[in-house]
Design a protein. Structure first.
Length: 314
C-alpha cells in the first residue's frame, strides 16, 4: 500500500517549493491547506499565499480554515479520506484529532537538524547562533512542537556570509528531494523512525521586530550574524541623526579601538567602519528612509555628511 491520496498543508514560499517538487514528481495532492489570505503591501489588499497561488495554478483544491480545532474543519479533512498529510511551514497547530485522520498520519518537513531548533524560526536562529551546520528533517508529527520521530535528514552547511534568504533556498533545495525519497518508501521510513533526544533540544523562537535594532555594545561578530539572520526579514536597523537606517550587509573586523560603540570610525568605498563592544563592523549596504538598499559607496556621494566619521549610531 502506498500513500496515493495526499493532502498538503503549507503557506510560504518554502512550502510552495516542496509542493512544486511533489507536482513535478507526479504526486498531485487531493487538496492543499494554507492559511487565510492576509493583507499585504502598501494598499493592504488581501494576498494569497505562495502555496495557494501554486495550487490554484495546478487545479489543486484549496482549503483555508482559520483553525483546525473546529469539528467542521476536521470533518472536512476526514471527508478527503487522506492516506497522508504532508505539512511544510503551515503555521497552524494540528490538534491530535487531525493527526489521527490520515491512514499514515502526518509528516512534517522542518528546516533544521532536529532536535536542534524546534519552533518557528529555525533558519534565522541557526545563523544568529553561529551554527556552521544545519539541514532538513522529515519527521512524523505528534502533539508536541516538532517533537516527533525523525524519518530522514539532509545536512546543509552555513557559509560565513550566508543570509537567511540564501539558507532558506539551500534548505528547500535539500528538503524537496528528501521528501520525495521518503514518499517513495514511506512504510519503511515510518518503521525505522528515530525518536528525538529531548535533552538536545533547542527552541527557535518567533522573530520579533524589536530584536532587529542594533545593539552596538555587542561584539561585531554577533551583530554580523544577526544582520545575516534577519535578512530578508525583519532587517536590522539603527538610528543616525534621528533617521532609521536599515543595515543589509556587513563584515566583522578584529579592529582594536577605544571609540564609543556605534561611532563611525571610517567611511569609504569599502563601507562604513563602526565601533562595537568588541571589534568593529563594516557596513557595506544600507537603506535610508524612503530609499532602496544601496552600497555605502553610492550613499556617500549624496549623503556624506550623514555618514561622516565621528557620527554615532544609537
Amino acid at each position: 500500500m502506498t500513500a496515493e491520496r495526499i493532502v498538503f498543508a503549507g503557506t510560504p514560499e518554502f512550502a510552495a517549493l516542496h509542493l512544486q517538487a511533489l507536482l513535478d514528481a507526479g504526486h498531485s495532492p487531493v487538496a492543499a491547506y494554507t492559511q487565510p489570505d492576509r493583507p499585504a503591501g502598501r494598499g493592504k489588499k488581501l494576498s494569497a499565499s505562495p502555496v495557494k497561488q501554486l495550487a490554484q495554478a495546478h487545479d489543486v483544491p484549496v482549503l483555508q480554515p482559520a483553525s483546525l480545532r473546529a469539528p467542521e474543519a476536521q470533518a472536512e479533512l476526514a471527508a478527503l479520506q487522506p492516506d497522508l498529510l504532508i505539512v511544510v511551514a503551515y503555521g497552524l497547530i494540528l490538534p491530535q484529532a487531525v493527526l489521527g485522520i490520515p491512514d499514515y498520519g502526518c509528516i512534517n518537513v522542518h528546516a533544521s537538524l532536529l532536535p536542534r531548533w524546534r519552533g518557528a524560526a529555525p533558519i534565522q536562529r541557526a545563523i544568529e547562533a553561529g551554527d556552521t551546520l544545519t539541514g532538513t528533517t522529515i519527521m512524523q508529527m505528534e502533539a508536541g512542537l516538532d517533537t516527533g520521530p525523525m524519518l530522514a535528514t539532509a545536512e546543509v552547511s552555513i557559509g560565513p556570509q550566508m543570509t537567511a534568504a540564501e539558507l532558506h533556498d539551500a534548505l528547500a533545495e535539500a528538503g524537496a528531494p528528501l521528501l520525495l525519497t521518503v514518499l517513495n518508501d514511506l512504510e519503511n521510513y515510518l518503521a525505522g523512525a528515530e525518536v528525538q533526544d529531548d535533552a538536545l533540544a533547542t527552541y527557535a523562537n518567533k522573530l520579533e521586530k524589536t530584536e532587529a535594532e542594533m545593539d552596538w555594545q555587542l561584539p561585531a561578530a554577533v551583530l554580523d550574524r544577526r544582520v545575516r539572520a534577519f535578512n530578508p526579514f525583519p532587517i536590522c536597523f539603527s538610528h543616525l541623526d534621528g533617521q532609521r537606517v536599515k543595515v543589509w550587509t556587513t563584515v566583522p573586523e578584529n579592529n582594536r579601538q577605544t571609540a564609543e560603540p556605534g561611532t563611525i570610525l571610517a567611511a569609504g568605498d569599502d563601507g562604513l567602519l563602526v565601533a562595537c563592544g568588541e571589534g568593529a563592523l563594516r557596513l557595506k549596504r544600507l537603506q535610508l528612509p524612503g530609499g532602496k538598499p544601496l552600497a555605502v559607496r553610492e550613499l556617500l556621494r549624496a549623503r556624506s555628511e550623514l555618514l561622516a566619521p565621528g557620527k554615532r549610531f544609537g
